[in-house]
Design a binder for this molecule. Structure first.
Ligand SMILES: Cc1cc2nc3c(=O)[nH]c(=O)nc-3n(C[C@H](O)[C@H](O)[C@H](O)COP(=O)(O)OP(=O)(O)OC[C@H]3O[C@@H](n4cnc5c(N)ncnc54)[C@H](O)[C@@H]3O)c2cc1C
Length: 201
C-alpha cells in the first residue's frame, strides 16, 4: 500500500529509526547476540538487544504437494491455491474454493479478510447447489492494525485496488495514530475473532 508505506517511512524518519531493506538474514548467533545478514556487498554482522524474525511465508505442505496451487506466476513457488480473486473458486477444479491465508489472491492474508471471504464463498456454494450462478464478489478487503507506539495504533484497511476502505469512517481515520485504534487492537479484536470463529460475528 504505497500511501501507508509512505506514512510508515515518515514515522521511522521522525523517530530516527534507521531502516535497511537490502539485508537478508542468514544466521543468528544466540550466545553472542549477533545476526549475520547477506547484503549486495557481502555478509554483515550486526549485534542486537532484541530481534524479531518473520519467516518466509508459504502454504502448508499438504497444499503445496497437491494439484491445487498456482502452476505458474508469482504464487507458484509458495504454493498458494489457484483461485479466481473475485469469487475464490478454483480456476481448474470447479468444486473447490479457498479462503484465508492459503488462497492465492493478491491481498487478504488477514483474519479480517476471512470475514468478507466467507459470505462470498457461501453464496457461490449455495448457488452451485441450486444449479444457479452467484454474483457475489470479494473485493480484496484486508485489515492491518499497526501499533505505532504504546497507546497508539493505526487501523489500515484496503482492497485489491489499494483503496482505503475504513470500516468506521469519521471515527477512525485510516492513517491517524489513535488511542481508540490501540484499544481496539489490544483489547477488542481478540474476542471479536473468537466470536467470529464461533460464527457469531
Ligand atoms: C503475528 C501475526 C499477527 C496477526 N495479526 C492479525 C490481526 O491483527 N488481524 C487480522 O485480521 N489478522 C492478523 N493476522 C493474520 C491472521 O492470523 C491470518 O490471516 C489467519 O490466521 C488466517 O487464517 P487461516 O485459517 O487461513 O490460516 P491459519 O490460521 O494458519 O490456520 C491453518 C491451520 O491449518 C493447520 N494445518 C496446516 N497443515 C495441516 C494439515 N496437513 N492437516 C491439518 N491441519 C493443518 C495449521 O496448523 C493451522 O491451524 C496476524 C498474523 C500474524 C502471524
Amino acid at each position: 500500500m504505497p500511501i501507508v508505506s509512505e506514512k510508515v517511512r515518515m514515522l521511522f524518519e521522525e523517530r530516527k529509526i534507521k531502516v535497511r531493506y537490502d539485508l537478508v538474514l542468514e544466521s543468528i548467533d544466540l550466545g553472542r547476540r549477533v545476526a549475520t545478514f547477506k547484503t549486495p556487498t557481502g555478509a554483515v554482522e550486526t549485534g542486537y538487544d532484541f530481534i524479531n524474525v518473520i519467516p518466509p511465508m508459504r502454504a502448508p505442505d499438504a497444499v503445496r504437494n497437491s494439484p491445487l496451487p498456482w502452476q505458474d506466476g508469482p504464487w507458484k513457488s509458495d504454493g498458494w491455491i489457484e483461485v479466481n480473486r473475485d469469487n475464490l473458486r478454483h480456476k481448474r477444479f470447479n468444486n473447490v474454493f479457498a479462503i484465508g491465508d492459503v488462497a492465492g489472491v493478491p491481498k487478504g492474508k488477514t483474519a479480517a479478510s476471512v470475514k468478507w471471504q466467507v459470505p462470498v464463498v457461501v453464496d457461490h456454494l449455495v448457488a452451485s447447489l441450486a444449479g444457479k450462478e452467484s454474483a457475489s464478489v470479494y473485493g480484496g478487503y484486508t485489515s492491518c492494525p499497526l501499533i505505532t507506539r504504546l497507546g497508539r495504533a493505526m487501523l489500515v484497511e484496503f482492497d485489491y485496488k489499494d483503496n482505503l476502505v475504513p470500516s468506521f469512517p469519521g471515527v477512525i481515520a485510516p492513517l491517524a495514530e489513535l488511542w481508540v485504534t490501540w484499544v481496539m487492537k489490544t483489547m477488542a479484536l481478540k474476542p471479536t475473532y473468537l466470536s467470529m470463529l464461533r460464527g457469531r460475528a
